[in-house]
Write a protein that binds this ligand. Structure first.
Ligand SMILES: [Zn+2]
Length: 62
């Protein structure tokens, strides 16, 4: 099951949309390049088990 969520780039602050595969787990982290400035963000994804709401924290990678 895949859905989309938004996060703000840790570098430039612009909003990005990312695909989250909920079947990958309730807590996930991976690196994704910002669609605006192309710098790498570490995304920490938390899925609420009841509502399937997604929260994403972003941090500097590298
Ligand atoms: Zn950026």
């Amino acid at each position: 099951m895949q859905t989309t969520s938004e996060y703000h780039c840790a570098f430039c602050g612009e909003e990005n949309t990312t695909f989250v595969d909920i079947s990958g787990g309730m807590q996930q982290s991976y690196i994704e390049d910002c669609q605006v400035c192309c710098r790498p963000n570490v995304l920490y994804i938390r899925v609420d088990e009841d509502t399937l709401d997604i929260e994403i924290d972003s941090d500097y990678a590298g």
